[in-house]
Design a protein around this ligand. Structure first.
Ligand code: SF4
Length: 273
């Protein structure tokens, strides 16, 4: 399957040449002809093109060329979100940033969203919320999370995400290989249902993230200093003790480890939060 490039702004090279370049460079040297070549590649071929690209390279390629006008970023404004938001704002501060407010978030997360939006100059942060009808019908007293965390996440997170992402052919995700069970061969680009998921930070370590935060003096989520290395909804997130898995504080005591299950290549994938 080739990359779903349906970009109305895309124009083929004026001379109409079709010969393939042996290697495609990222950045200023890239031209529309190269993009046309890239758009014909399937996901695996696309990943093989850029074995040593930086996150900024992948973001620039995806935002300004491959999926221009048809890509959104998904952000929880959580513990490490500042890195990708900062990189993205340097490339295009007008890119849609999808943020799901479940109605159960920490006040600190909402304040942090405002802080980063202002500081990075993000112009198109879109806050999406659960459908009122779903809440009335299924969570009238706001305690569904106590009875059925999966259904609570479904109506408060999964469905709003799905609705918000419908207009886009690609989404930027902050997933990092070191954090979870992602396949070792997962690359910068991944077919995820009807969309291409772009994973600029897939190869970064915790040390890489820390160095970037330090170098650019990025503000941290206020709950990080209080022992929350992974931050979701307030009722379902607790501090983590030294030596515990960073996500040990999410749905503590429950078997649940993910917000929702999406299956990609037959394997369960986490919805970022
Ligand atoms: S994390 Fe908890 S409160 Fe938030 S949507 Fe899921 S179950 Fe509900």
């Amino acid at each position: 399957m080739s990359v779903s490039l349906q970009n109305p702004n895309f124009e083929a090279d004026v001379d109409g040449t079709t010969d393939l370049e042996p290697s495609v460079q990222i950045g200023a040297r890239e031209n529309l002809h190269d993009i046309e070549v890239l758009a014909r590649l399937d996901i695996n071929e696309l990943n093989e093109k850029f074995p040593t690209a930086t996150p900024e390279d992948i973001l620039d390629l995806s935002i300004t060329k491959l999926f221009s006008g048809q890509i959104a970023m998904v952000s929880s404004f959580g513990a490490e979100s500042a890195v990708l938001l900062h990189m993205t704002a340097q490339i295009d501060p007008f890119i849609p940033v999808i943020f799901v407010d479940t109605g159960k978030l920490f006040e600190e997360t909402l304040a942090y969203r405002e802080q980063l939006t202002q500081q990075f100059g993000l112009q198109n942060v879109q806050t999406v919320t659960p459908r009122p009808q779903d809440l009335v019908e299924q969570d009238g007293d706001g305690t569904l999370w106590q009875r059925d965390v999966d259904q609570c996440c479904h109506i408060r997170k999964v469905l709003p995400f799905d609705r918000a992402l419908k207009p886009f052919v690609a989404e930027i995700s902050g997933r990092k290989r070191f954090q979870n069970e992602l396949r070792a061969d997962l690359g910068f680009f991944q077919q995820s249902g009807p969309r291409v998921k772009v994973n600029p930070l897939i190869n970064w370590s915790a040390k890489d993230l820390a160095q970037y935060i330090k170098k650019h003096d990025l503000p941290r989520h206020p709950l990080v200093a209080k022992g929350y290395p992974s931050i979701g909804c307030a009722p379902c997130t607790s501090p983590v003790k030294p030596g515990e898995d960073p996500r040990a504080g999410r749905w503590r005591g429950e078997e649940k480890t993910e917000c929702g299950i999406h299956f990609v290549d037959g394997k369960p994938q986490r919805i970022e939060s």
